[in-house]
Design a protein around this ligand. Structure first.
Ligand code: CNA
Length: 261
């Protein structure tokens, strides 16, 4: 089926999403690992390729596991970190940056730690699960730029250590059992709480508190577009639901929104 909104590749669903985005005064994106799989970074929960298929999250990526067995955490995270360091923003990241530059996106709340939204050119990005740009020493709490430290330790299979006190370095990412950074979480609640349209992109919506962020805005009347390959618990509340590849659908949607205004 095609839509009255645009050319033949624009389906009715995309047509309805275009209308919602054009009508929106304050759209906000909530992104997850699925927006970065087309950049070659595996997600956690996709059937067949997710990182949790082979590991027990609590055994490697919880705060308790990190304290007692940082080497197991780094063994698990190294291939992911390597993929992240090598990855480039894909068409979906670039489409969001374009939408923001054109004044049609108020900001991005991301669960990703891969920095690809910023590298795509988005400027208002709230990283509620932290990032890999810095690491903190668990002994002296000094903070360091992490790329070189992590890269060199990962290359030789060692746990990165504090250059000052030799304590274990923990990347500034939120592990299971850890609180997200409260200031960032509050900013995210305010951003999404004042939005009139939420774009959920590539997230299973299984991790709280991120998964709950859209609910107050939806209850207050915000509309929602979900683009995610697999179902989520909020599917029934979506105005437009696209179980498709976000890197294929989103650029097409943004092209249509920005075409002639
Ligand atoms: P998740 O739970 O792994 O879910 C990802 C969702 O994306 C799944 O429902 C997939 O069906 C869907 N998906 C995968 N590829 C695509 C695609 N190309 N187009 C559309 N949908 C797709 O990931 P969430 O982000 O929901 O869970 C939160 C975790 C994952 C956070 O703690 C992240 O830090 C963590 N994570 C981040 C990265 C990253 O930074 N790139 C990578 C892996 C995990």
């Amino acid at each position: 089926m095609t839509s009255a909104v645009g050319p033949a590749h624009v389906t009715d669903d995309i047509g309805r999403a275009v209308i919602l985005l054009r009508a929106s005064r304050r759209a906000v994106a909530l992104t997850g690992a699925g927006i970065s799989t087309p950049s070659g970074i595996p997600d956690f929960r996709s059937t067949g390729s997710g990182l949790w298929e082979r590991y027990d999250p609590m055994a490697v990526a919880s705060m308790t596991a990190f304290r007692y067995h940082p080497e197991a955490f780094y063994e698990w995270v190294s291939p992911l970190a390597r993929r992240i360091l090598e990855a480039k923003p894909n068409a979906a990241h670039l489409a969001l940056a374009r939408l923001e530059a054109e004044g049609r996106l108020a900001g991005i709340i991301t669960q990703n730690i891969d920095d690809l939204h910023r590298r795509a050119g988005s400027s208002h990005v709230l990283e509620i699960h932290g990032h890999l740009r810095q690491a903190t020493c668990v002994s002296c709490f000094r903070v360091f730029p992490s790329q070189d430290l992590i890269e060199s330790a990962v290359a030789v299979g060692l746990v990165p250590r504090c250059p000052v006190c030799d304590g274990v370095l923990k990347p500034n990412v939120v592990l299971f059992g850890e609180q997200p950074p409260l200031d960032v979480l509050r900013q995210a609640q305010t951003l999404i709480g004042t939005s009139d349209l939420i774009l959920v992109l590539g997230s299973s919506l299984e991790v709280t508190p991120a998964a709950l962020l859209p609910v107050p805005a939806l209850n207050a009347g915000a509309r929602m577009i979900i683009i995610n390959r697999e179902p989520t618990y909020l599917d029934e509340r979506a105005d437009v639901l696209l179980h498709q590849d976000v890197a294929e659908v989103l650029p097409c949607l943004v092209d249509e929104v920005l075409r002639n205004g």
